[in-house]
Design a protein around this ligand. Structure first.
Ligand SMILES: [Zn+2]
Ligand SMILES: [Zn+2]
Ligand SMILES: [Zn+2]
Length: 173
């Protein structure tokens, strides 16, 4: 499958996994969350979510717009931003601030701050989703009387394939 995105399609979940299953269960979970809250997952919002789920790599709003206009004429930036606002508000996607990009969440049923391991080389991101991290941040914040707005943890590093590439003989100069 070719990707219209400039971000790498490499995933911590492994390139060999059945990504169709990831997409299907993400869309089912999204529909369930929206039904439960009485929120409307319109065809456009669903389409944007699908585009974000094309891979496990975070994708920028501009790339989303480009992918959307390929199938839907007249899609303008406000259309994308409104859809993203909706998806963020319902926890269906996370925003990765350091990349200014968005990534789908596999477990939107539980409210959580996202924790991500982000590869500095290929841009792939893996969600850690450990409730203990959330709880630790929440506990410390309340001890300090700190009011938390966003709890996204972004850890920069190198994924296994990128480490292997860098160790390979002949890499670099
Ligand atoms: Zn997948
Ligand atoms: Zn998540
Ligand atoms: Zn990598």
């Amino acid at each position: 499958m070719t990707s219209a995105f400039s971000t790498a399609s490499t995933s911590f979940a492994g390139t060999g996994h059945d990504h169709g299953t990831c997409v299907d269960s993400a869309l089912i979970a999204a529909a369930a969350v929206c039904t439960k809250r009485g929120a409307r997952l319109t065809p456009l919002r669903r389409r944007v979510l699908e585009l974000i789920w094309r891979s496990h790599a975070p994708v920028g709003a501009y790339d989303l717009l480009r992918a959307l206009t390929a199938t839907q004429r007249g899609a303008a930036p406000p259309t994308i931003y409104r859809a993203l606002d909706f998806l963020l508000a319902h926890g269906l996607v996370h925003r990765i601030e350091s990349l200014n990009a968005f990534v789908g969440c596999a477990h939107p049923q539980q409210a959580h701050g996202g924790q991500f391991l982000i590869c500095a080389d290929c841009g792939a991101a893996a969600e850690v989703h450990d409730p203990r991290v959330d709880a630790a941040i929440g506990r410390r914040a309340s001890e300090l009387g700190f009011s938390v707005r966003h709890k996204t943890v972004e850890v920069q590093g190198l994924c296994t394939p990128c480490q292997k590439r860098q160790e390979a003989p002949g890499h670099g100069s």
